[in-house]
Design a protein around this ligand. Structure first.
Ligand SMILES: [Zn+2]
Length: 396
């Protein structure tokens, strides 16, 4: 993918009608293909799956120590994604009443990969020190180990997210479906805007929304104002329920109705440039478009085992920890198959590694745990006793 950084910067500059002198470029993703109706098949169809699980690998490509962000910071970003793509974020209360009916629960679950492409276990994070101190973000080199970056993991099976320093105040970028080299597919985010702790605590880009926005592009979403800010009131973003708009809302945090064309703008949509604290929603039309892109252009993600996404009664039996009905509903039923009467310590970990103790359980009895209050997603159930460890993956 060619990077038209300077052109993008000029375009964004042009749309700042208020004369804002700051030179932040929130996002440099640009579509290069002409708009084509056939490019946007309709329909939400994901076979029999209850939940779309997106295995993520985060490539930290760093030069200074500060750029080598922590695992914990990375996990905060995954948490933000799972809130934003499930309509569970705090800011959702900001959505104007006229748009509340089109708030989408996109129902994507992002998980840091647990299985490396080579089959080994992984924490879903790579770390690469680069000699490039200028900012390798936004360059082709970022995606290639032999150019000082980090090669993608199979982009058909993983969402590759590169985190790096960018030259200038660039927030991030992404490849649209069907565009760019196959081995550069994914999302890039400035290390100062990734997650909510560590290097990413400076407003207005301190709530992880840059990555949410870029993943929107990765799944074929345009900016709300459409592909070209210069013809925005006349040009659509290909989504019916996001009103035509002619304002990026960069460095802005509106309240109430705000107009740039004829209808109130959906300024709280993730695909604007609004401050992180004022972004809150994808629309139902955007959800439909993302599912179409997933099915048409990125279908390998649906059958990826990068997060052991289709787990597995089989695995559980082999390990001696049986989970019944997987994906599970509002109840987790499990049984430890082992000899002896001693108690097992049982814990539950969610996709970002937060661990909850469930208690002590004897073997060879069926137990039911209420899962009603737990969000949908991937969990790992672990039972331990005297150094023995049993585990099973669970999908709710
Ligand atoms: Zn963008």
């Amino acid at each position: 993918m060619k990077k038209h950084l300077s052109i993008t910067a000029i375009m964004v500059g042009l749309c700042l009608a208020s004369g804002n002198a700051q030179h932040t470029v929130r996002c440099m993703a640009q579509r290069h293909n002409a708009q084509n109706p056939n490019f946007y098949p309709k329909g939400i169809s994901i076979g029999n799956r209850a939940t779309v699980v997106i295995p993520v690998v985060v490539h930290v490509v760093w030069n200074s120590n500060e750029e080598n962000i922590s695992d914990e910071q990375i996990r905060t970003q995954i948490e933000v994604l799972n809130q934003d793509f499930n309509a569970e974020n705090e800011q959702i209360s900001l959505v104007l009443s006229i748009f509340q009916g089109v708030i989408a629960d996109v129902d994507f679950e992002f998980c840091l990969a647990s299985k490396h492409p080579n089959g080994n276990a992984t924490n879903g994070i790579t770390r690469t020190q680069t000699s490039n101190s200028n900012g390798i973000g936004g360059t082709s080199s970022l995606h290639h180990t032999d150019q000082g970056g980090q090669d993608a993991w199979n982009p058909d099976k993983y969402l590759n997210i590169w985190v790096a320093k960018f030259a200038g105040n660039i927030g991030g970028t992404a490849t649209f479906p069907g565009e760019g080299p196959a081995d550069e597919q994914g999302v890039e985010v400035n290390y100062k805007q990734f997650g909510t702790i560590g290097t990413a605590t400076t407003p207005p880009y301190h709530l992880g929304r840059t990555c949410t926005h870029e993943i929107g592009h990765y799944f074929n979403l345009e900016h709300v104002w459409g592909p070209n800010i210069n013809s925005c009131c006349d040009e659509d973003d290909g989504v019916a329920d996001t009103p035509n708009s002619c304002e990026t809302y960069i460095h802005q945090c509106p309240t109430g109705n705000a107009f740039s064309c004829t209808q109130p703008d959906m300024w709280m949509n993730f695909m604007n440039y609004t401050d992180d604290a004022c972004m809150a929603m994808f629309s139902k039309g955007q959800k439909e478009r993302m599912y179409a892109a997933l099915n048409t252009f990125r279908p390998g993600l649906l059958d990826s085992d990068g997060c052991a996404a289709v787990p597995t009664h089989e695995l559980a039996e082999r390990n001696g920890l049986d989970v019944f009905g997987n994906p599970i509903g509002n109840e987790l039923k499990f049984r430890i198959s082992a000899s002896g009467a001693a108690q097992w310590e049982v814990m539950l970990a969610n996709a970002i590694g937060q661990v909850e103790r469930l208690g002590q359980f004897p073997a060879n009895q069926l137990f039911t745990i209420d899962f009603n209050q737990r969000p949908s997603g991937i969990y790992t159930l672990v039972a331990s006793q005297n150094g023995r460890l049993l585990s099973a993956r669970i999908i709710k």
